[in-house]
Design a protein. Structure first.
Length: 123
């Protein structure tokens, strides 16, 4: 998730279990996410949520927050319709895995879009 009301973008981790992004510039929000209301409040202050198919994806999308969802070759049925949008949520953009077992292209696209978003937000 990204929040950029400051001079430079700030990134937050909404990972509730083990924080696997140690060493990266993310603020760990586990302690602030005690309830769904807490989580929704954090999401509401974000410019974009980047996630896989998780409860966070559904909550942020239902709230109308721009939500980028990383989907595998064989996605969950909600994301199975071809394209990069969702029938279920207007705020979702899908980033699809293009080849089984390979994620580099998918995450490169997300990185490019995130850089563009940050640049445009600064302007």
């Amino acid at each position: 998730m990204m929040h950029s009301n400051f001079q430079s973008p700030t990134f937050y981790s909404l990972q509730r279990d083990e924080n696997f992004i140690d060493g990266l510039p993310f603020a760990d929000m586990r302690e602030q996410m005690k309830t769904w209301d807490d989580t929704a409040s954090i999401i509401a202050d974000c410019d974009v949520i980047i996630t896989s198919c998780t409860s966070i994806a559904h909550l942020s999308a239902a709230m109308g927050v721009p939500t980028w969802i990383v989907t595998p070759i064989l996605p969950y049925y909600t994301w199975a319709v071809p394209g990069d949008t969702s029938r279920w949520y207007e705020s979702v953009r899908l980033f699809r895995q293009e080849k089984y077992g390979e994620w580099e292209v998918t995450f490169s696209k997300i990185r490019e879009e995130l850089i563009d978003l940050a640049k445009n937000h600064k302007a």
